[in-house]
Ligand binder design. Structure first.
Ligand SMILES: NC(=O)c1ccc[n+]([C@@H]2O[C@H](COP(=O)([O-])OP(=O)(O)OC[C@H]3O[C@@H](n4cnc5c(N)ncnc54)[C@H](OP(=O)(O)O)[C@@H]3O)[C@@H](O)[C@H]2O)c1
Length: 254
């Protein structure tokens, strides 16, 4: 594919993210605590997570091993970061979440599948086929973008994993209800797991410094800002003693 055509497709993809972002403030994505039977047939929650995230893991692994540029520079580091995240999200996270009667609508699984195909497709194709060795050479490793980016990426991953871990452990085996999470960044915001994910993909975009990585950062914000608002409103409406000073997603700001 010509780089110009690829760029054009990526800009359209970013424009779709903006539309999805606005829509998500009016329509709550029906999974997890917001799940409802109104959205048609649904499947087991754990299976749903595995199916919807799998393309991202497979597509990036495929591009890493088959790409013409993958091992001509240090670009493989970006693939490895991506794959670490998606091994957790596709395999570890679904195995760890507690089984509840709640299911995930197929419509959510299919839309996430589509998102993951396109997102991993454009990022993988760009890194494996369109990137130039000079962009990810040794001097890239010593540059500020890489060093700050990799720091943010792993800091975000730590926040995301730790917060998911704390939330999952609020339930003892067999429990299906919800509690007010306390400690760590939960003292400041309602959704530190989503905050961590945003930090992570912002770090990735800084490291990679290319349009597809930027598009993923924008998509992450587009999805997670409204989702965090939905979570926060849900807490306020379900717990009378929910801490009033807690922000939604960004400590002290929002
Ligand atoms: N990159 C993206 O665009 C994107 C989009 C969506 C999600 N994600 C990531 O996927 C992960 C899950 O997202 P999510 O919005 O579904 O997370 P979430 O609502 O915070 O739930 C995470 C897990 O903890 C449980 N849980 C949450 N709050 C709880 C509470 N107060 N008491 C007891 N259990 C609680 C949930 O159970 P239930 O499922 O039963 O509620 C679920 O198993 C996050 O790490 C997020 O960053 C990424």
């Amino acid at each position: 594919m010509k780089p110009g055509t690829f760029e054009y497709i990526t800009y359209i993809w970013i424009a779709i993210a903006v539309i999805v972002h606005v829509t998500m403030f009016y329509i709550t994505a029906p999974f997890g605590r917001h799940t409802t039977e109104k959205w048609g047939p649904s499947i087991n929650n754990k299976l749903g997570w595995f199916i919807m995230e799998l393309p991202s893991l497979l597509i990036m692994s495929y591009f890493l091993f088959s790409g013409s540029q993958s091992f001509h520079s240090y670009v493989w580091i970006l693939f490895v970061c991506w794959i670490i995240h998606y091994v957790n999200r596709t395999i570890v996270f679904p195995l760890r979440i507690k089984s509840t009667p709640k299911k995930i609508p197929l419509v959510i699984v299919c839309s996430a599948l589509f998102f993951n195909f396109v997102n991993a497709g454009i990022n993988g194709y760009y890194l494996a086929e369109l990137s130039t060795p000079s962009a990810y050479s040794e001097s890239w490793i010593y540059g500020l973008n890489f060093q700050l980016g990799v720091l943010l990426f792993f800091l975000g991953m730590y926040i995301n994993w730790k917060s998911d871990h704390m939330l999952i452990n609020l339930r003892k085996d067999g429990d299906t209800g919800y509690q007010i999470p306390r400690g760590f960044l939960f003292e400041f915001i309602s959704s530190p797991n989503l905050f961590g994910e945003i930090i992570e993909w912002s770090g990735f975009a800084l490291m990679a410094w290319n349009l597809p990585a930027l598009s993923f950062m924008i998509w992450t914000l587009a999805n997670l800002v409204p989702r965090a608002k939905n979570h926060h409103d849900w807490y306020l409406s379900h717990f009378k003693d929910y801490p009033k000073e807690r922000k939604i997603l960004f400590p002290f700001i929002y």
